[in-house]
Design a protein around this ligand. Sequence first.
Ligand code: SAJ
Length: 404
Amino acid sequence: MSKSPSVVMIGLGYIGLPTAALIAQNKTYVHGVDINPEVVEIINQGNIHIVEPELDVAVAGAVKEGYLIASTTPVEANTYLIVVPTPFKAKNEPDISFVEAATKSVLPLLKENDLFIIESTSPVGTTEKMMHLIYTERPELQDKINIAYCPERVLPGNVMYELVHNDRVIGGIDEKSTEKAVAFYAQFIKGALHKTNARTAEMCKLVENSSRDVQIAFANELSLICDKADVNVWELIDLANKHPRVNILQPGCGVGGHCIAVDPYFIVAEYPMESKIIGKAREINNYKSFWCAEKVQTAKLEFELKHGRKPSIALMGLAFKPNIDDLRESPAKYIVQKVLQNANNEEYYIVEPNIKDHKVFKITGFKEAAQQADIIAFLVAHDEFKTLEIPSNKVVLDFCGVFK
Ligand code: SAJ
């Protein structure tokens, strides 16, 4: 790269890399940093290490034109973006050690008027903590640099579009920081940029995903009630949603992915006495996966009692939501593992049309599995499954509304 970078991006994962590519497409020099040397090498060759539509073209172009370069160490710039993971430790407590390490890595490089932004999903107060860390190590910078929090809200699978078009919430540690961060994002984001303070912006991200988790828990709870009450939950929700002020989401096998199933714990861990509904929603959504596995087990035993032989079973779907190949934190995968733990010489067909093979499971085509199996359990509502014609002699467990 011929010019010194304007932006240093710490973390080149599912959000950091697309954001780095977007900024670079805007002809701003970006120095991307990742601790994984393989990732760095792949990106510098103009390739990508994650699956996301349109990201490959964006990264290839940005690298080729020299606006994006990857490295394992940061360099001096004007803007530093922290986009690293915030996993949780035992007891579901958030772990901000990656954010801390990222902040420490740029500490010696910071200078007056720089902009330091955290995008990583973080517990409330993290931006202030990083501010104290910076001011403790570099007291001469007190009130002289701009520090802000700005969470991302993109949906995996549609990241490149949503990065540009979604509204953003931007909260600085003071007004000057907020204004400076807004001016930065305004260069490449078309959605509205909403100003607030850092704590509110942090809480906003956690609340968005908790809100969805609570709403899905309501739908999942309804599915358990309806199973006992002998009411078709899909028809019920459809009818209830005809009310002008009711909008119930869809039940499924539980909630997966790296966001909705995780972020609510960041609130519960800090405010356990107050976050009753949020905590309970997590429990309900986790329980739903366990319940589905139990249902498969019961169907197996019923089949054996009725037919005097062991059934063959198709488990349809492994991904964490429909029409993607992402198996991270997937309730479907959990159910498959749980069912296989109880296997007792039955024949199993594991199906996931969005992946070719898997290191643990032997993958069978969805048509073949549906044809061969006595019991067909739908764990993910992939589009392919909706086209299946299932003979009436099969036992169908439709946990996610494939045939609703
Ligand atoms: N799900 C249901 N029923 C529904 C909707 C979803 O069971 O009616 C399940 C899905 O099957 C999946 C899980 O919920 O297992 C999460 O899927 P999702 O599509 O709702 O969300 P994610 O995890 O892919 O992305 C979310 C988004 N947040 C919200 O919609 C509030 C996205 O905008 C965030 O940027 C992302 O989390 C994130 O990175 O935090």
